[in-house]
Design a protein around this ligand. Structure first.
Ligand code: SF4
Length: 887
């Protein structure tokens, strides 16, 4: 625990940008969070999520003690039970009957010991990570092209480029600080870099782009094959680079020419206009400093690896790689997805960027002095859960992830866990869909308590430092793994007493027999860090071999790829569409993804009203024409069905959604929205090379969901919401909000309200009920203060929530406010500010549109002066621009 007055430098636990965070500890133990001006990832910037970190530190939802079969247990009992369960399973069924499913949220040290125990203790490679769902196609594409999983560039390249092509990346929402860095560079450099966004959906990122290419879902390979043909035909190749540093160009070119011989052929496959394709190719061809940024829209596909290689081909053919302002750039979703790749946390990697080649296997075993070692890749995430379902895996340890929400075909994952004889879950949170199914629960540390290292998208290793004491009996994951390993007889392999000791071994392995620099990942300069130096370690990029004093910002500018002949490979990629195509029964393509202010399954970002107020409910974005065809209207409820499952969501119509496609965010799980898990409907098809699921394309049917009644409940305190067919729990400003809808008729709403909220002679009830119309409005006041209110109607048209939530701040409701409660609409002088757009200053949509209109505001800066919106983290600035345009 840091002392009051101290300032701790740490790293944001959310996305792969890896922003540095400064935490100032107040005299009362409170934590003030700010961006770290010294951190090279963000230079002081934070997005809305990072800026709200200080509001997510409460312990109210934490798992604080070990449990066995739902009963509190001591750590000793829990660790003995885990060790005994895994030992028995291995003895009876062999090492491949056990598995770990880990997470890009783990720190490198946690990851390292988990990987070592599975591969060097049990001798199985059945350890995979939720990073499989996010960037494994990039890793596979890198490996095919470069011979190693190497990101060649650095963040400065985004500022130095003249053209940035964003493919399948809503950077403005998913990597906001990088987006802000690009926008700031454009201000400094008179509009450079230009931005081209390639995405079926018009996202917020398109707002600042010169060009948006709304291609058909899954047609990226055709577009980039066509680019390769164009580069050749227009004499844009770098022949010297090709000759010296690249092999396979001709086969890649011929494959490209077969499927994308000219612009009309590309237009036919992508649905883009010929003119816009030609313009894009021309711009790419004549601009030397090009960076292609790609993310989940590329990776989460049944042919994600091919898409990645189609992108890399263009950069290799032109030598636009590893030089300032140019190169392909995979931006990772998770804070330590890269660290997981470094230690070997994916089932098809061994350790320290070595794979299962016999030399590597022998080397790692010798380094570890391990009694056994895995010789073959293990099961990748989706296969791993299939093996749990069919009984091949009988003991599973899940660390820091929630697969019952995040895996595709998530209901099958849930059923698999129900059937598994031993499920161990290490988590910081007491109630998640996955924790509910654990036989043994191990309380883990979370951000602010953990101590270790993470690696961001530009290969930069930073420290996450603890500034809070461990709550309850929670322990670091590395400690729990080490304790289990010792109980299994692997004490000699697990002598670690601190994360620093683990990090030193990890760094030493990276340099072991790597003197000639044959392997890209080498941080052996850090292998002998003293504990104090590890504590003080400043952000540093790898590779950092033993002799180096500074890491390399860029690689491959002069070749030196990690293949046997040191040449990169252009890869021939043919046409392959989505694994499952839309049809008459399921005519729409479902695309799932992130929203601006939420992270993963909301266990942290769902704790602050500042973040939940932006988009409080799971929603379906659908084009108005499709909405009409599906008979769903704005703000109504809809069922989204697929072959695999279904969910219920609120409808948002948007002309920016491509007809034929719909979008649903991936964040909600059962504790907050029992019917809102989009992955229940997402198909489990995977890329054959990377094993990454196709989360961006599932054929679905959308139908109106017509419950008998709609309602919402606002309460000063959190409560157990009613068990009704549709329910979403939302932490709102000053109260908890429950969106409700039910299929069962309620005979007497006043009785229902009292059954739900309780009653007390001291309470004052304000009520309006019209049984024949199915309407009810009820409010409970205690000493004049609003405690709860319930509104019910036969349709979704209900009073505005923002204005009602504001009444919880009023000490004594006056007669006008009471009258407006009963009337269900704001009275004179009361205003509903609408959903929150600026999370930092709580500025709502209605406030913004009114100010834009009334004060003739035409720039985000003018809005900032008038309302402060957009002047802190800047995450909402793209939306402010959109509002100006729309208003
Ligand atoms: Fe955290 Fe936002 Fe930075 Fe990502 S961009 S690391 S979420 S502050």
């Amino acid at each position: 625990m840091s002392n009051p007055g101290a300032t701790v430098q740490t790293t944001c636990p959310y996305c792969g940008v890896g922003c540095g965070v400064k935490v100032a500890i107040g005299a009362d133990g409170s934590a003030q969070v700010a961006g770290d001006e010294m951190h090279p990832a963000n230079y002081g910037r934070l997005c809305s999520k990072g800026a709200a970190l200080g509001e997510t530190l409460s312990l109210d939802d934490r798992l604080l003690y070990p449990e066995i079969a739902g009963q509190r247990a001591s750590w000793d009992e829990a660790l003995n039970a885990v060790a005994e369960g895994f030992r028995r399973t291995v003895e009876e069924h062999g090492p491949n009957a056990v598995a770990f499913y880990v997470s890009g949220q783990l720190l490198t040290e946690d990851y390292y010991v988990a990987n070592k125990l599975m591969k060097g203790g049990f001798g199985s490679a059945n350890i995979d990570t939720n990073s499989r769902l996010c960037m494994s196609s990039s890793a596979a594409g890198h490996k095919r092209a470069f011979g190693s999983d190497t990101v060649p560039g650095c963040y400065e390249d985004l500022e130095e480029a003249d053209l940035i092509v964003l493919v399948g990346s809503n950077l403005a929402w998913c990597h906001p600080v990088l987006y802000q860095r690009i926008l700031a560079a454009r201000e400094r450099r008179a509009g450079k870099p230009k931005l081209v966004v390639i995405d079926p959906r018009r996202t917020t990122t398109c707002d600042a782009a010169e060009t948006h290419l709304p291609l058909k879902p899954g047609s990226d390979t055709a577009l980039f094959n066509g680019l390769l043909v164009h580069l050749y035909q227009q004499d844009r190749l770098n022949l010297e680079f090709l000759e010296q540093h690249v092999a396979g160009f001709w086969s890649a070119y011929q494959a490209a020419r077969e499927v994308a011989p000219n612009v009309p052929a590309v237009a036919a496959q992508t649905g883009l206009r010929e003119s816009e394709i030609a313009e894009f190719y021309g711009l790419w061809g004549r601009t030397r400093k090009v960076v292609t940024v790609y993310s989940q829209g590329v990776n989460q596909s049944a042919h994600g690896s091919d898409k990645v290689n189609a992108i890399l081909n263009g950069h290799l053919a032109t030598g636009r790689i590893g030089q300032p302002g140019m190169g392909p750039f995979s931006v990772t979703g998770q804070p330590n997805a890269m660290g997981g790749r470094e230690v070997g946390g994916l089932a098809n990697q061994l350790a320290a960027h070595m794979d299962f080649a016999p030399d590597d296997v022998e080397r790692v075993q010798r380094f570890w002095q391990a009694p056994v070692i895995a010789h073959q890749p293990g099961l990748k995430a989706v296969e791993l859960f299939e093996a749990v379902a069919d009984g091949r895996i009988k003991a599973l340890w899940i660390m820091g992830t929630n697969p019952v929400v995040s895996l595709p075909d998530a209901d099958s994952a849930r059923e698999a866990l129900k059937r598994c004889p031993l499920v161990v879950v290490s988590d910081a949170i007491a109630d998640t869909d996955t924790v509910r199914l654990a036989h043994i629960k191990l309380p883990a540390l979370t951000w602010g308590e953990k101590d270790g290292a993470v690696t961001n998208s530009e290969r930069r290793i930073s420290r996450q430092r603890a500034f809070l004491p461990p709550p309850g009996e929670a322990q670091p994951d590395w400690w729990a793994v080490t304790q289990v390993a010792r109980r299994l007889g692997f004490g000699a392999l697990f002598p670690f007493e601190s994360p620093a000791a683990i990090f030193r071994e990890h760094a030493a392995l990276s340099g072991f027999e790597n003197e000639a620099g044959r392997r890209d990942f080498d941080i052996s300069a850090l292998a002998e860090l003293a504990d104090a130096d590890y504590d003080a370690l400043q952000p540093v990029q790898w590779p950092l071999p033993r002799s180096a004093t500074a890491g390399a910002a860029r690689l491959f500018g002069a070749g030196g790829f990690f293949t046997a002949d040191r040449k990169a490979r252009c890869i021939a990629v043919g046409p392959r569409g989505p694994a499952h195509v839309v049809n008459d029964s399921f005519p729409l393509a479902l695309n799932s993804g992130r929203i601006r202010d939420q992270w993963h399954t909301m266990t942290r970002t769902g704790k602050t009203a500042r973040l939940t107020s932006h988009i409080p409910e799971p929603y379906l974005e659908i084009h108005p024409v499709d909405a009409l065809a599906c008979s769903v209207g704005e703000n109504t409820l809809a069922r989204v069905h697929s072959r695999w499952g279904e969910m219920i969501v609120r409808v948002r119509t948007s002309p920016e959604q491509q007809p034929g496609s719909v979008f649903v965010p991936m964040h909600w799980g059962s504790p907050l929205a029992p019917r809102g898990r989009v992955n229940a409907a997402v198909n489990p098809a995977v890329d054959p090379l990377s094993g990454q699921p196709e989360s961006k394309h599932t054929p679905v049917r959308v139908q109106a969901y017509r419950p008998r009644w709609h309602g919402f409940l606002l309460c000063r305190q959190a409560m157990a919401p009613p068990e009704v067919e549709y329910r979403v729990s939302i932490r709102d400003r000053g109260c908890w909000r429950y969106e409700l809808a039910g299929e069962t008729a309620v005979e007497h709403w006043p009785t229902w309200a009292r059954d739900l909220l309780g009653d007390d002679p001291g309470w004052e009830w304000l009520e309006f009920a019209d049984a024949s119309a199915g309407r009810y409005r009820g409010a409970v006041l205690v000493d004049g203060r609003l405690q709860a209110c319930l509104f019910v109607a036969p349709s979704h048209e209900l009073p505005l929530r923002g204005w009602l939530a504001g009444l919880f701040a009023v000490q004594n409701l006056d007669s006008a406010q009471r009258a407006s409660l009963l009337a269900g609409r704001p009275g004179q002088g009361q205003r509903d500010q609408g959903r929150i757009v600026c999370a930092c200053f709580g500025v709502g949509l209605n406030t913004l549109t009114a100010a834009i209109r009334e004060q003739q505001l035409t720039t985000p800066q003018a809005i900032g002066v008038a309302l402060k919106a957009g002047t802190n983290c800047g995450s909402c600035v793209p939306e402010l621009r959109q509002l100006i345009t729309q208003t």
